[in-house]
Design a protein around this ligand. Structure first.
Ligand code: UDP
Length: 449
């Protein structure tokens, strides 16, 4: 715990209402709270109830009550969330204005840039917290809406060559670029992160300097960005702030993993949103059996009915299925030898930080680009090959797993994974690049008092 040097600065933290956005910003909030910043997380009742919001004892939660939420489609939900927040935000900030700790700074998820103008009108400074890699922002930079000279073909018809980024084929580009009609609201928010870069007072990224060195150096020639990650690691290693009482299936997973040999288990998870169709679920299920390895597979409740009967009769011999796992504990467990992942940014950082090689099966959003970096740049995983009909076969699944778990390539991937684990730790350890950036941010916040 840092020494208290002055009255605490009150920072309001505004996450996007999605698990992959909540987790890192809450972890970052815990880090701020451990440095004597007063933190209040502003969210909605739905998030508190549905997303395992675990903030620990040092953080206050201000949750907005609401009636029914729109259930049809991500776009509708996000629009509803935006309207509600814009309506309530001023009142909440003003309420704190009368307290001992008026709010001085708001840390927003970088998808919530629609609140920046209002926050500034209320006299607050704004830090935009990015839950995606810097590489994505460097890519989106070239589709800046204000840049009328933008001539780069982004439809994936030819490989894209951009400063500081590897050559990107269509399969490596974020889905928002090629799927022109899908999710217009999500897309507007995703690109809006960059369009509003100049408005935010700080640009924080959940990554670390060594991991994205080239692209970070390049983006720093355009904007002042601060790397503060991987947030997962500092908090995971610092049990003092890990107050989770409701770790999902913790005992079940732990007991099952404890009884397996070192490095013998594949952990399979597609995060909180990605959904496979029935055919792909069948191929995955039977591919896992065919790999002949032990596996721990997170199948969310909404996906369970897609599991084939043939698989259900065999699963107990080799596998454990849970609806949600304590992912960090699982990845940190010595029995886990490989992460079969959709390559969400949090999952990617978590695997890197805990030294686990990956089999990449990206689905949408930034996941294809993350997979490109995992395989070609950091060399900690392999990418699974999609068949001509768009389906990944059970044979391909089984052989990819074998490549990482038993073949020579797996040894190289594991060595690299350990290298990145050590570098991640260096970044967040005292004096490391992310640690310094967080300290600077806290100092700047405190200077506002
Ligand atoms: N997660 C978890 N248990 C699970 C699956 C996922 O705790 O069974 C966590 C995971 O550790 C990560 C987040 O949920 O922090 C998922 O974020 P990510 O960016 O990987 O994927 P998204 O859900 O946004 O697609």
């Amino acid at each position: 715990m840092e020494e208290i040097t002055s009255q605490k600065t009150h920072v309001l933290v505004l996450p996007s209402p999605a698990q992959g956005h909540i987790n890192p910003i809450v972890q970052f909030s815990k880090t701020l709270a451990s440095k004597e910043v007063k933190v209040t997380i502003l969210t909605i009742d739905f998030v508190c109830k549905a997303m395992l919001l675990d903030c620990g004892p040092l953080i206050n939660i201000e949750s907005i009550p609401h009636e029914t939420i729109p259930v049809e489609g991500v776009d509708n939900f996000l629009e509803w969330f935006q309207t509600l927040m814009l309506e309530k935000f001023s009142g909440i900030v003003e309420k704190f204005g009368d307290s001992e700790y008026p709010v001085k700074v708001v840390v927003i998820d970088s998808l919530i840039t629609w609140i920046i103008d209002l926050a500034h009108e209320l006299g607050l400074k704004v830090a935009a917290f990015h839950t995606q890699p810097v590489a994505l922002s460097a890519l989106y930079y070239h589709i800046d809406q204000e840049d009328s000279t933008n001539k780069i073909p982004f439809d994936g018809s030819v490989p894209v060559s951009l400063p500081s980024l590897p050559l990107l084929e269509k399969e490596d580009l974020p889905s928002f670029i090629c799927e022109t009609d899908a999710y217009p609201t999500v897309k507007k928010l995703v690109f809006g992160q960059n369009f509003n870069f100049k408005k935010a007072d700080w640009l924080l990224f959940n990554t670390f300097d060594m991991l994205e060195e080239e692209v970070i150096n390049w983006l720093r020639t355009q904007y002042s960005i601060k790397t503060i990650g991987p947030v997962v690691l500092s908090m995971y290693l610092d049990k003092e702030y890990d107050s989770s009482l409701t770790k999902p299936h913790y005992e079940t997973c732990k007991k099952w993993l404890d009884s397996r040999e070192i490095g013998s288990v594949i952990y399979v998870s597609f995060g909180s949103l990605a959904s496979l169709d029935e055919k792909q679920m069948e191929e995955l299920a039977l591919g896992l059996i065919m790999s002949n390895s032990y596996f721990l597979w997170v199948v969310r409740g909404t996906e369970e009915n897609k599991l084939p009967n043939e698989f259900m009769s065999k699963v107990s011999e080799k596998g454990l299925i849970v609806n949600w796992s304590p992912q960090l504990d699982v990845l940190a467990h010595k029995s886990v030898g490989c992460f079969f992942t959709h390559c969400g940014w949090n999952s990617t950082l978590e695997a890197l930080s805990l030294g686990v090689p990956m089999v990449c099966m990206p689905q949408w959003a930034d996941q294809p680009t993350n997979a490109k970096f995992i395989t070609d740049i950091w060399q900690v995983g392999i990418r699974i090959k999609v068949g001509k009909d768009g389906v990944i076969t059970r044979e391909e699944i089984a052989s990819s797993i074998k490549e990482v778990m038993v073949e020579k390539k797996g040894v190289m991937l594991k060595e690299n994974a350990i290298k990145w684990k050590n570098l991640a730790k260096e970044a967040v350890d005292k004096g490391g690049s992310s640690d310094k950036n967080i300290k600077e941010f806290v100092q700047a916040c405190n200077a506002l008092n």
